[in-house]
Each structure stands twice: as C-alpha cells, then as structure tokens.
Design a protein around this ligand. Structure first.
Ligand code: TYC
Length: 102
C-alpha cells in the first residue's frame, strides 16, 4: 500500500499534468556599445520581427534598459538566448540576452 508521502507525489504529478507548462520571456538588455542596427538584425533574424517592430523593441531597450523579444517554452527560450549570445560574441558585441519565467 502507498504511504502518505507516495500519495502526495502521485497527486503532484496529476496537478502538473493539468497545469500548462511554464513559459519564459526572452529579453535583451541595454549596453552602451552594441550598435542599434545590430540589435535590429538580431530581433529580425532570431525573433521573426519585421523591421518596424524590431526597431520599436530596440528603442524600448535603449530607453528603458530592457525589452521582451518573445515568450517561449523553457527549451526554446534557452536555445534563443544561447544563439543570440553566440551571434553577438562572433561580431564582438557585449549584447546581453536573458530569460525569465513569464
Ligand atoms: N544602447 C545602444 C547604443 O546606443 C543600443 C542598444 C540597444 C544596445 C538595445 C543593446 O539591447 C540593446 N548603441
């Protein structure tokens, strides 16, 4: 027979199965060195933004310090962060990209 503790684990698994998976925002952070045009390209290439909305997001980051690029599952968000950071470092820019639970 299952112990009380085992029953708790089974209940928690059932609750988890019903809850939608947690989602994560991917954000860009401002810095003084990354060129504005490079940030716009990042938003177009990695987050599927058109030039107008990429420009808006870049300016929001520039003026307010951070801005949301998109909301994704944990694995996709984490891969986006890694690809953006790799891309930025290849071009020698200090651009920072992070993820946060939405
Ligand atoms: N602040 C940068 C500049 O003046 C532009 C910039 C925007 C950098 C957004 C990073 O995430 C960023 N060139």
């Amino acid at each position: 027979m299952a112990t009380k503790h085992e029953n708790d684990a089974v209940l928690e698994r059932k609750v988890e199965a019903l809850r939608p998976p947690p989602m994560y925002q991917v954000l860009l952070l401002n810095d003084d060195f990354t060129p504005m045009d490079f940030v716009i390209l990042i938003l177009q290439e990695h987050f599927n933004k058109d030039r107008a909305s990429a420009t808006q997001i870049m300016l929001k980051v520039h003026n307010e310090g951070r801005g949301v690029c998109g909301v994704f599952s944990k694995d996709i968000a984490s891969t986006k962060v890694e690809l953006v950071l790799t891309h930025a470092r290849e071009y020698g820019h200090p651009l920072q990209c992070v993820m946060e639970e939405a």
